[in-house]
Design a protein around this ligand. Sequence first.
Ligand SMILES: [Zn+2]
Length: 250
Amino acid sequence: MPSMHTANRSPIPILTYHQIETAPPRGAAFRSLYVPPRDFARQMALLKRLGYRGLSLSALMPYLNGELHGKVVGITFDDGYLNNLDNALPVLKRHGFSSTCYIVSQRIGRTNEWDSGAGIAQTPLMDAAQLRQWLAGGQELGAHTRHHVHLPQMDAADCIDEIARCKTELEAVTDAPVRHFCYPYGEFTPGHSAMVRMAGFHSATTTKRGRCRSGQDLMQLPRVPVLRSTSLPLLWLKLATGYEDRRRAS
Ligand SMILES: [Zn+2]
């Protein structure tokens, strides 16, 4: 049994979700990014049963900074799908969990147009009123650039525009502060991290795998992917063991 002392220093997992929806038929592109609503409900119930509290990035910050200690998990959703509001929010509310949903500010109320070239089905994204419902439900919004761009393929001025104006556009829509960022496609350089910090964000999440530790670079937070194929035993391994930490090399 770990002592209380070591338990307090436990790494902090931040879960990554995309769509909370029944998966499209076999063979569809990026089918793994759909977690069926029933599975999501079971996963949140497991967190609760294990004694974890699911938290937004803002609520998680004191833990990441080492100011607070406890059994906590970050919950994040990338891209802002309407199915997050419809299928995830009721479950999160039931458990008293918060989460952060990363929004593409020029695609509010539209679809995941950036995926069209990859053959991924077009799916509705939350509109302005729905983003406000998400906030009213005790959840948080973060920024995911204005157009879901590949930052390393753009010049610096355009990157700053995509990062900083996403924040101001989202704040204008919701009248709430936007303090957390997520790199589209997980693509970034140290220069982009500096731009995110200068734009006033408090954290940035990546697609690097692993659990966070206090003292972690807040502009390069690793996360733990939850996929359609993630069973409950595997989710437990990802949360409570070094399973993800060993996958962070990539
Ligand atoms: Zn994305």
